[in-house]
Design a protein around this ligand. Structure first.
Ligand code: FNR
Length: 361
């Protein structure tokens, strides 16, 4: 019998075995030197937990409210592209797992299943992640379709005016399949099959002129709340507040865009202070343990998003793998809360962690 999988990291090795090298590298890789990729994980490890003892932890309440939706734990599924390269059922399996875990799934613009297919496959609360194309009618089309299909929020990814440089994809001559959500909207000709087509594709399609004043336009085409994903500084958090974002996602795109950006956990507190509880602040990047979730909550995040571990679970074991990844993180968080003396997520406070900043003071 195969060894039991005891933590989320073990799914990565299983995914590596299950996938062709080109696809594994596509999912696992980061930009250029992959400095930020490593830092996203390592900076969590520098934070120390300060437990309280003799607290009644006979019951632990993990449930959390995000924009009015109650989820079973503060752990959600980040938008990641092309799940069918990981498993034939693609995002449909991921969405079913999200529903089974009672969490929120953010569906990627570059998903391999359409907005409608995913909506029909399960009743998980879904947010739709948007990239804005040069042809603005495409955003209008997709936002309207998402709204009609019952998605509850738009997640505008703001950190990708151009595609970051992932050298493994260049070496592997990675070819991206047609984007399912753009079928019938955009000519397939931009999807050349000569060498790695990722960079020309992305730079052809996405609009590098997108800027803060365009949020007003985005708000004019939807009544859904808009979260801005890809914030790493106090300045941008303030701008996001000024343009009326309903939430902020502290993210460096899983270290796939600009290398040498800070690890997300190291800038979370600065962003939280700038936002001052006006809207929820979420975080993704490097979350691999329940203790990581606890640390993010202690530093002010309302919830975290998980990217690669979900894909690894999907690649290894389909829907059951995604469920297991989410369940393991949730179980670890529950144990962490019990051992740290926090019966509910609201009890997790700044005084439960020590960061490098605290050591300097
Ligand atoms: C991503 N990410 C991403 N983000 C987004 O807004 N739209 C997208 O289509 C994608 N696609 C994508 C593909 C793959 C393979 C990865 C690994 C990531 C970024 C994602 O939403 C999230 O920010 C990171 O994945 C979080 O970091 P971890 O959990 O992967 O470390």
């Amino acid at each position: 019998m195969a060894d039991e999988i005891v933590n989320v990291n073990e799914f990565q090795a299983l995914a590596r075995q299950a996938l062709p090298k080109m696809y594994y590298d596509f999912y696992a890789g980061g930009a250029e030197d992959e400095h930020t990729l490593k830092k996203n994980v390592q900076e969590f490890q520098r934070i120390i937990l300060l437990p309280r003892v003799l607290v009644d932890v006979s019951k632990i309440a993990l449930s959390t409210n995000i924009l009015g939706y109650t989820i079973s734990a503060p752990i959600m599924i980040a938008p990641t592209s092309m799940h069918k390269l990981a498993h034939p059922e693609g995002e449909l399996a991921t969405a079913r797992a999200a529903a089974a875990c009672n969490t929120i799934m953010m569906l990627s613009f570059t998903a391999s299943c359409s907005v409608e297919e995913v909506a029909a496959s399960c009743d998980a609360v879904r947010f739709f992640q948007l990239y804005v194309c040069k042809r603005r009618d495409i955003a209008v089309n997709l936002v309207q379709r998402a709204e009609k299909s019952g998605y509850k929020a738009i997640v505008l990814t703001a950190d990708r005016p151009r595609r970051g440089r992932k050298e493994a994809d260049i070496k592997n001559k990675m070819i991206l399949p047609q984007l399912k959500n753009l079928e019938g909207l955009m000519s397939i000709e931009v999807f050349s099959d000569k060498g790695s087509n990722i960079k020309p594709n992305a730079n052809e399609i996405f609009d590098p002129s997108l800027c803060w004043r365009d949020i007003a336009w985005l708000k004019s085409i939807t009544s859904l709340p808009i979260l801005i994903k890809g914030i790493l500084t106090r300045e941008d958090a303030i701008k996001a507040m000024e343009v009326g974002a309903a939430g902020i996602i502290v993210s460096n795109h899983g270290a796939r865009q600009l290398d040498y950006t800070p690890a997300t956990i190291s800038v979370l507190e600065e962003v939280v202070q700038a936002v001052g509880r006006r809207v929820p602040v979420l975080l993704d990047g490097g979350v691999r343990r329940g203790t990581d979730v606890f640390k993010a909550l202690a530093l002010g995040a309302q919830a975290v998003l998980v990217g690669r571990p979900v894909i690894y679970g999907l690649a290894a074991k389909g829907e059951a793998g995604v469920r297991k990844v989410m369940q393991m993180l949730k179980d670890e968080l529950e144990l962490t809360m019990a051992l740290a003396g926090c019966p509910s997520v609201e009890d997790i406070s700044r005084s439960h962690v020590r960061t490098d900043r605290d050591r300097l003071q």
